[in-house]
Design a binder for this molecule. Structure first.
Ligand SMILES: [Zn+2]
Length: 222
């Protein structure tokens, strides 16, 4: 059983690492963002309830997300475990998750603010297809044009350095109690990515050994 949470600020590369873990472990990647979009598109009761909030620009209440998540985690593909990304974000959500399912390890991607700012402020987004590039690490073939659709590349408003810094401040303040919670339960494992140029494979190797060790530890406890 491998129940893994991925923590880290938006833009730290959680998505990339999650898809590698999926390939390695054969367990589903569960993103609450995707779950919410699927529920809305499927017009389920919960989907309709969510739509009411999002149409008004309101945050979807935790109870709804948790109900949705509890249902999702009962599906057969989660029997062997899951990778949770984007949830929990707060202490209250972590406590609610604990009541649904006991996680094995919380992997915390730690990226210094200056590295995050460097990464995000060099990010370019395609105006047409939303494709993502980076002036330093993932350059488009032609300057300022999307490789896929030839659309124009631009810097999103929220990728500007001062906005990124503010987002990081908000993120750290909100997640601090959450991080402490997993630390107290000895479930937290930090993975440091101190350099922008560190290839994702290198970070993944660290994650892989953490997951291996967590599995061994669990086997011993049993
Ligand atoms: Zn494009």
């Amino acid at each position: 059983m491998k129940k893994i949470i991925l923590l880290g600020p938006p833009g730290a590369g959680k998505g990339t690492q999650a898809s590698r873990l999926v390939a390695l472990l054969g367990v589903p990647h569960i993103s609450t963002g995707d779950m919410v979009r699927e529920a809305i598109n499927a017009h389920t009761d919960l989907g309709e309830a969510i739509k009411k909030y999002s149409d008004k620009g309101l945050l979807v209440p935790d109870e709804i997300i948790i109900t949705l998540l509890a249902k999702r985690l009962k599906e057969p593909d989660c029997k062997k475990g899951f990778i949770l990304d984007g949830f929990p974000r707060t202490l209250e959500q972590a406590e609610a998750l604990d009541r649904i399912s006991k996680i094995d390890v919380a992997i915390n991607l730690k990226v210094p603010d200056e590295v995050m700012i460097q990464r995000l402020s060099n990010r370019l987004t395609c105006k047409k297809c939303g494709g993502i590039y980076n002036r330093l690490t993932l350059k488009p073939k032609k300057d300022n044009l999307c490789d896929e659709c030839d659309g124009e590349l631009h810097q999103r408003e929220d990728d500007k350095p001062e906005v990124v810094q503010e987002r990081l401040n908000v993120y750290r303040k909100k997640t601090k109690p959450l991080i402490e919670y997993y630390k107290r339960r000895s479930l937290l494992k930090d993975v440091h990515c101190n350099n922008l140029m560190t290839p994702p494979e290198e970070t993944f190797e660290k994650i892989r050994s953490i997951v291996d060790n967590a599995a061994k530890k669990k086997a011993r406890v049993r």
